[in-house]
Design a protein around this ligand. Structure first.
Ligand SMILES: *Cc1c(COP(=O)(O)O)cnc(C)c1O
Length: 408
């Protein structure tokens, strides 16, 4: 099975881990700080706090909001559940903004519409690796006195108007899960330019305690004070050694992903009934996901049929994501949430195709050939109609080509 995403581990990574396991300190040691410093340089932020997962990063960032009962945080409808869960962990209410139909990024107009007197923050998600419109989001946040958090779990290595993801919001959260840009097996990071936020997150990662065992050791004191309610969200030195080694290759990984993405882009015009996501010229995507979007006006092929067929053909496709409010827990907890029509329609049309740094370019052709053959076969069956014109969906050639919609 060709996976939709996977890690790249080389001999340097293995050597780094072997070295780290022989160190005196396996956790809360100097390698954590070294990883944080290298990460700061990479994303051009003044502070970075490494944690045990991307979810822990989001939880830590949301905790700094000090939400009160009834406070709202705006999140996009289409994201991994962890984005919205972080708000709920902190006693807040996630309010879902719809997404743009072409890029599936959070629709800034809808963000503005969803702001109320109780709104405290926005969590933007750089879906599929493309940064959101941070200039616009900053203006909205400033005008309404909101905190701007970026969920950059897809976009490490990306940039907006020349500025790296990690420096574009008040806090940016990253994940180092194996499918993400770099891996520490499990792991995450929060970057910020605000020293006081960084300190709060550092405390939150270790039970809300005001000093570290290392600091106590060096000052010959046993005293510590728990000043807030935190968690054990620490990451080990072993994982950070791997992270440091991986970080050195981030630029190369993104270049490899970009090559694969370009190949998909070059071939998409020959695939009737499908589009790729719109990309913006002022942004550099980290190409975390390669999302194919079926156009119901020019094909009768159903996403779930295509999914089944690709899986049966050994292509490890996936779907990112069902709108968060459709999940049982959200429905049971918050009742029927006012839905986001674009997200509700779009999620039924999307499928994530394989993309990862070491994917051979020839595999792109193979994947798209399987898609093309299946779509052609299905759409040529008599009596099958597509939503657009009620006529059999054949390639009429008059569909607006995908590439003409792209600005970059
Ligand atoms: C992966 C991911 C997370 C969670 O990261 P973990 O490291 O798996 O906890 C959160 N948000 C988004 C958008 C993600 O893709």
């Amino acid at each position: 099975m060709l996976p939709y995403g996977k890690q790249t581990i080389d001999v340097d990574d293995i050597a780094a881990v072997l070295e780290a396991i022989n160190e005196t300190m396996l956790t809360t040691g100097p390698t954590v700080a070294r990883f944080e410093q290298a990460f700061c340089q990479q994303v051009n932020a003044s502070h970075a706090v490494a944690v045990s997962s991307g979810t822990a990063a989001l939880h830590a960032a949301a905790d700094t909001l000090n939400l009160e009962d009834g406070d709202e945080v705006i999140v996009p409808a289409i994201t991994f559940v962890a984005t919205a869960n972080a708000v709920v962990y902190c006693g807040g209410k996630p309010v879902f903004a719809d997404v743009d139909a072409n890029s599936l990024l959070m629709d800034c107009d809808d963000v503005e519409r969803k702001i109320t007197a109780r709104t405290r923050a926005i969590i933007a998600v750089d879906y599929a690796g493309q940064p959101c419109d941070y200039l616009r989001l900053r203006q909205i946040a400033d005008r309404h006195g909101l905190v701007l958090i970026a969920d950059g779990c897809h976009s490490l290595g990306g940039s907006y108007a020349g500025s790296a993801v990690g420096s574009l919001a008040d806090m940016t959260c990253f994940s180092f899960h194996p499918v993400k840009a770099i891996t520490t097996c499990e792991g995450g990071m929060v970057s910020t330019n605000d020293a006081s936020l960084a300190l709060q997150i550092r405390e939150f990662r270790s039970h809300g305690i005001d000093n570290t065992p290392d600091q106590r050791q060096r000052s010959n004191r046993y005293h510590y004070d728990m000043q807030s309610l935190g968690f054990n969200y620490r990451i080990s030195d072993l994982q950070c050694a791997l992270g440091l080694s991986q970080l050195k290759k981030l630029d190369q990984f993104i270049a490899q992903r970009t090559e694969i993405a370009d190949r998909y882009q070059d071939m998409i015009d020959s695939l009737p009934g499908c589009d790729l996501l719109q990309s913006h010229a002022d942004r550099k995507s980290a190409h975390h996901l390669m999302v194919l979007k079926l156009d119901p006006h020019s094909t009768s092929v159903d996403r779930d049929e295509l999914f089944q067929h690709l899986r049966e053909s050994g292509i490890g496709v996936n779907v990112h994501y069902r709108p968060v409010y459709q999940h049982s827990w959200y429905r049971e907890t918050f009742g029927v949430i006012e839905s986001c029509p674009v997200a509700d329609a779009a999620w039924r049309q999307i499928i994530s195709l394989p993309i990862f740094p070491e994917m051979p370019a020839g595999e792109v052709d193979r994947v798209l050939n399987i898609v093309r053959t299946f779509m052609h076969t299905m759409d040529s069956q008599p009596g099958v109609t597509c939503e657009g014109n009620g006529k059999p969906a054949t390639n009429t050639g008059n569909r607006i080509s995908a590439s003409s919609m792209f600005t970059a």
